[in-house]
Design a protein around this ligand. Structure first.
Ligand SMILES: Cc1ncc(COP(=O)(O)O)c(C=O)c1O
Length: 415
């Protein structure tokens, strides 16, 4: 086991070691992986870094001491709220990522239901495609999670089945915009309608779509209404560090009505140091993520987001068409934004073996468990690697056909 070295070493030596350590990682910059990262280009990366570094020492918890951080955070929140058609009573919290935004939405819904309806053993009803963050929140917060299988033909929420799982202890319903496994939007209007009928909290998980779908919609892609324009939507999670292209550690948890925030706030006043209150899970947090989000949003502007959404959507179509043109492979339909899955429709072609062949050609492959397939979560940078990806995929398919290889089974982590 490593221990802290007896004596320090020079920074130049350590920096060289860090640079060297990265050499064996997969290259996100070259578009060789389709998960875990969101990258536009070197210019935006430099802006993220410089803005982050300008504020990395400031503590975003201490906004009375750092009024400039409060101003930056308010700007980011207002840009997000206006993009998602929030009414003037709305508010939002800058969080560390989708998981924290979802955790806070669940916590706020739970405490709202406890305060207003006396619900002591809460549950939430969500489509099975919902992100694992909902079960994580359920486990931490003692909320039962009822996952309802989606409809088989379009991977969307099964509304009648969701309705059947609602009971007197249900506090929250979920719709994803879009869901992560298939890139499909749940029927937000119908789920919100159910929420209104039964007086429930309705959360929209737009961690993926929040900062992309509005621009794809303006480009005339067929994107359903999913945000606060839909009556009955109570809260939305939308990640800045995904398609907002901010540095990691940035998401918004939005509330339709700032009044609801009293159920979110943690307040405490039982120690010698006096009153403490916070809306985030984190205590101290770097203001770097706030400054980086602010800088990238202002640098790109609506024109920039539109431009990159167009590049991304073209790339999705190009890759999906190219994959469908390879005999034995089929892209699952529908898929509506930046995510899709493809699988084998030929029993003689094992998709796990194709995934392994692509891995040995230097691609980091996202594996779908059900149905067995390859998961693509695309970024604009994939525009540059799309032709090479398709060429390697054609080679991989023909190698697997020739060798008749089958993968040993889903032994690897899929995420
Ligand atoms: C739909 C959806 N919700 C939530 C999350 C969680 O976000 P994070 O990894 O930023 O915590 C993700 C992550 O991919 C996601 O795809």
């Amino acid at each position: 086991m490593q221990s802290i070295p007896k004596s320090g070493r020079p920074w130049a030596e350590l920096k060289a070691e860090l640079d060297d350590a990265k050499k064996h990682d997969f290259s996100w910059r070259g578009g060789r992986m389709a998960l875990y990262f969101y990258y536009l280009n070197e210019e935006v990366k430099r802006i993220q870094q410089e803005a982050y570094c300008a504020y990395w020492t400031e503590n975003a918890m201490g906004q009375r001491a750092f009024p400039s951080v409060k101003k930056l955070e308010t700007d980011v929140i207002e840009m997000g709220l206006s993009l998602l058609h929030a009414p003037k009573e709305a508010t939002a919290t800058f969080t560390s990522g989708g998981t924290e935004s979802i955790f806070l939405a669940c916590k706020t819904a739970r405490d709202w239901a406890r305060a207003t309806k006396g619900i002591a053993t809460p549950n939430m009803v969500i489509p099975r495609t919902g992100h694992p963050a909902f079960d994580r929140a359920g486990e931490y917060l003692n909320i039962e999670v009822r996952r309802v299988p989606t409809t088989r033909n379009d991977f969307r929420a099964d509304i009648p089945d969701m309705a059947r799982r609602i009971d007197g202890n249900t506090v929250m319903l979920l719709g994803s915009a879009p869901n992560y496994p298939f890139g499909v939007f749940d029927q937000i209007g119908e789920i919100a309608g159910l929420a209104q009928k039964y007086g429930l909290w309705m959360h929209v998980d737009a961690c993926v779509g929040g900062f992309l779908a509005p621009f794809a919609k303006k480009l005339d892609y067929d994107i359903p209404d999913f945000d606060f324009v839909v009556p009955g939507v109570t809260s939305i999670s939308a990640d800045l560090h995904k398609y907002g292209y901010a540095a990691k550690g940035a998401s918004l948890m939005m509330l339709r009505d700032a009044e609801l925030q009293k159920h979110q706030t943690f307040s405490f006043n039982n120690w010698e140091r006096g009153a403490y209150a916070s809306n985030t899970v984190q205590g101290s947090r770097s203001a770097g993520a706030v400054a980086a989000a602010w800088a990238v949003m202002n640098f790109l502007g609506e024109d920039g987001y539109m431009k990159w959404a167009a590049v991304l959507m073209d790339t999705v179509m190009k890759l999906a068409d190219g994959i469908n043109a390879i005999p034995g492979l089929a892209v699952l339909d529908p898929h509506e934004l930046c995510i899709f899955v493809y699988r084998s429709n030929d029993p003689a072609l094992d998709i796990g073996a194709v995934a392994n062949a692509m891995t040995s050609k230097g691609w980091f492959v996202g594996r779908q468990a059900e149905p067995a397939g390859i998961h693509m979560h695309l970024n604009p940078v994939h525009a540059e690697s799309a032709d090479e990806y398709l060429a390697h995929l054609r080679e991989a398919v023909s190698e697997v056909r020739q060798s008749k290889t089958r993968a040993a089974g889903p032994t690897e982590r899929t995420y």
